[in-house]
Write a protein that binds this ligand. Structure first.
Ligand code: KG4
Ligand code: ZN
Length: 340
């Protein structure tokens, strides 16, 4: 094996996906994710079941990542793992495994902040994808997160806005549940929305100070609206599904774009990078493109497999920290809540 190559194994287990990836000098060699199907029947992630599934999945997932990368564990230069934020029981599985493996192989251990990783996923070298230049604004939107972050360097980040209640993906999933759709309903709302009239049913946008977000009021408004309409017409959802979805999507995208516009204006930064599962949404992608000619933005959307929870993003942070020799001690512990 070429000694100049740096091979990083990334391990991610913060929520309900067990993931492992191998990165060589900034390029992904393998990116394996085992999604836990068990939670679907509960309509959301059950923490105790998640940690048990991580324990079952972690060895085969890492094994597969190494095999796909075509390397042996002895070739690894360092192990990077998600320390937090996330579900404690889930984080513990990845953290303990990473520590033991690093110890056994006698190589450096690198702790990674999951939220920083969502942002630094843009630095994975990938053909056809540009890397944002500093400074830029990063908006992380998923089932667990909604944040706007000012990024001035790889490890100089400031959260300038975040949700005060539900995450945007949660708003999608909860709205979908009200409409009788399975979990996670975000992609389904997006699908129906594309055929409906976004202005059919106006929902009020929440008024939240500064660059923060709130989505719980919208969910309640949708619930009351649907309950009222179905009382009058039991087939209301079926007859209006596309328009309801389009109206929900229109409101949510407006909330996100309004805050991005405000953030861009206040900071003077026009480079905008998004991440998280909701960045797959057709509405947000279209709105960002519009922002390019309306407001002179330059926008960045990473390859889909690096937007949802994955270990490739953990490995790239591991690599960036490896270059700085920013290693961690063996007595490190997982942390459910951490700031940048
Ligand atoms: O990043 P992710 O895979 O997991 C975490 O939550 O960390 O994001 C999943 C979330 C779910 O809430 C799902 O409904 C939402 O992303 N999502 C979407 C779309 N695709 C995934 N929401 C709206 N439109 C989509 N196309
Ligand atoms: Zn995440």
């Amino acid at each position: 094996m070429d000694k100049q190559n740096v091979y990083i194994l990334g391990i991610e287990s913060s929520c309900d996906d067990t993931a492992a990836a191998v990165l060589c000098n900034g390029r992904i060699l393998s990116n394996v994710v085992a999604t836990q199907k068990i939670h679907e029947q509960y309509g959301g992630v059950v923490p105790e079941l998640a940690s048990r599934a991580h324990q079952q999945n972690i060895v085969p997932v890492i094994d597969q990542a190494l095999k796909q990368a075509g390397i042996q564990k002895e070739d690894l230069s360092a192990i990077a793992f998600t320390r937090g934020p996330g579900l404690m029981g889930s984080l513990l599985v990845g953290t303990s495994f990473a520590k033991s493996l690093a110890l056994a192989l006698d190589i450096p251990l690198i702790d990674v902040n999951h939220m920083q990783a969502h942002i630094l996923a843009h630095f994975i070298e990938e053909d056809g994808y540009d890397v944002p230049e500093f400074p830029f604004l990063a908006m992380t939107i998923s089932g667990g997160h909604t944040q706007i972050v000012k990024v001035t360097d790889h490890f100089e980040m400031e959260v300038i806005g975040e949700t005060i209640d539900d995450a945007v993906g949660e708003a999608y999933d909860k709205s979908a549940k009200i409409l009788g759709m399975p979990y996670p309903g975000g992609p389904l709302i997006d699908k129906h929305a594309q055929k409906g009239n976004p202005k059919a049913f106006p929902f009020t946008k929440p008024r939240v100070q500064g660059l923060n977000f709130s989505f719980s009021g919208l969910k309640t408004a949708i619930l009351y609206f649907v309950q009222k309409q179905t009382k009058e017409n039991p087939d209301f959802i079926k007859e209006n599904l596309e328009d309801i979805c389009a109206s929900i999507q229109y409101t949510i995208i407006n909330i996100l774009i309004d805050k991005l516009k405000k953030a861009s204006k206040e900071t003077g930064i026009k480079s905008i990078a998004i991440g998280g599962g909701v960045s797959a949404n057709s509405g947000i992608r279209k709105a960002l493109k519009e922002g390019e000619y309306k407001y002179g933005w330059k926008t960045f959307v990473p390859k889909f497999e690096y937007t949802t929870d994955n270990a490739g993003m953990i490995a790239i942070v591991g690599y960036l920290k490896y270059l700085k020799k920013d290693f961690t001690d063996m007595d490190i512990i997982a942390k459910a809540r951490i700031k940048f």
